[in-house]
Every structure is written in structure tokens, then in C-alpha cells.
Design a binder for this molecule. Sequence first.
Ligand SMILES: Nc1ncnc2c1ncn2[C@@H]1O[C@H](COP(=O)(O)OP(=O)(O)OP(=O)(O)O)[C@@H](O)[C@H]1O
Ligand SMILES: [Mg+2]
Length: 236
Amino acid sequence: MSLLDVSDLRVSYGKALALESVSIKVEKGELIGVLGPNGAGKTTLLKAISRSIPLQGGTLTFKGQSLENVAPYDVVARGICHCPEGRKLFSELSVLKNLQLGAYLRKNTAEIDADLERVFTLFPVLRERQWQQSSTLSGGEQQMVAIGRALMGRPELLLLDEPSVGIAPRLKGLIFDSIQQIRKDGTAILIVEQDATSTLRITDRVYVLEHGRTIREGTSKDLAGDEYIRQVYLGV
Ligand SMILES: Nc1ncnc2c1ncn2[C@@H]1O[C@H](COP(=O)(O)OP(=O)(O)OP(=O)(O)O)[C@@H](O)[C@H]1O
Ligand SMILES: [Mg+2]
């Protein structure tokens, strides 16, 4: 049984089909990438998994249990946390408050404190800036808050939507390093990205999504050598 099993997923916005047939699996502790151009359906896929949009067909299971009729907050309680496209921070609130909001369903304060410490170890700059209003942080630092907030839900599976977009190159490396560290600490990750080079470097396996369909899948090593991937996604 896979940790996450998405099979033949179909999603539309009104009459427009966004996901036609998407199948992906994530095993416990894996770091899996989804590559694809603008409009391919990457964000739609993550929103479908976190149950924030309705499904038109297919199946979706997490740890063997269907997520089809599960509310978004219950998806979090079951162990999936979503770090959304564009970060979606509460910009007028402090860094610390944003992080604490990620733990809103949890009660064990000792565990919450331990996880906050873990986020500050992963992103030391956030410890220094914890009292600062989050809108005053740089794009890269705001992305760290968004990832940290998702970690505060103590996920078994972390969904990351384009964490490297709009970030200075120096911080981009730091973000990809932190993603590898989160996985080393035992959290499975499904990352959606347009930076194919970095994604193929850090992931175990990758799915390629085009026009709402998975058109390629394989180990990152194999796909990095695939002629089509090299031409279209790596530009070599
Ligand atoms: N709320 C919405 N209402 C109507 N159509 C939508 C909506 N959100 C997305 N779409 C459409 O669904 C398709 C998939 O969009 P989606 O945002 O999932 O793509 P994406 O792969 O995440 O793209 P990007 O790389 O630009 O973020 C696109 O054709 C998009 O225009
Ligand atoms: Mg998107």
C-alpha cells in the first residue's frame, strides 16, 4: 500500500477540464516531483489532494483510506499539509503567528514547541525575524515561513507548490537544501516545480504533467537522461 495513491484523477472548473487523467503514487518517506508547463494542472493536482476542490472522477487514497469525502481540515489531521502556490501568508501577522497557525488543529504544546524549534533550526533566519511582520520579509524568507507553517501541522506528506518561484538564486539553493533536509527527517514530499534542473537533482522520482495528463514518469536519474525531457525541460 502506497502512502498516497492517486488514480485516474479528473477535475474540471465548470466546463474546462483541468485534470483529464492523472495517476501518481508516493511511498513513505519519498521525495517526488511533478514537472509541467504553465497551466498543465500542477496546482489543481495539489488542491485536489488537499481536498480544496471537487473531484469529477478517479480515486484518491492516503494510507489506504479514501480522501474523496474528507474535508480540508481533516486532510491536515490525517497527515497531509499543503504549502500553497504564492505562499498565502497572513501578511499583517508576525512570522511566529503565521507558524503557530500551522498547528491550529493540535493541542500538545510540548510537541508544538518542539516543531517550532525544528522550523527555527531548519531556517535560522526565522528565529531572528520571528517578531517581524511577515510582509516585511524577502520573497525567499516568506517562502521559508510558508514551508515552516506547513511543517507545523506535523505532516507525513508535505505538498509543495512551486517553492522556488520568484526567489533570489542564493535563497533558491537554500530552499532546495531545506526540502532535502525535511525528507531526511522522515517526511514524504510531493513537490510541483518549473525548475526542472533542481527538481531532478533532489527527487527520487518525477511525473511529468502536460494538459492534465501524466505523460512521463520515472526515476529522476532516468528522466534526466530522457531525450524529450532534456530538450523541453532542461533546454540541453
Ligand atoms: N479557479 C479556476 N477557474 C477556472 N479555471 C482554472 C482555475 N484554476 C485553474 N484553472 C485552469 O486549469 C488549468 C490548470 O491550471 P493550474 O493552475 O492547475 O496549472 P499549473 O500547472 O499549476 O500552472 P502554473 O505553472 O502556471 O502554476 C489551466 O488551464 C487553468 O487556466
Ligand atoms: Mg500552479
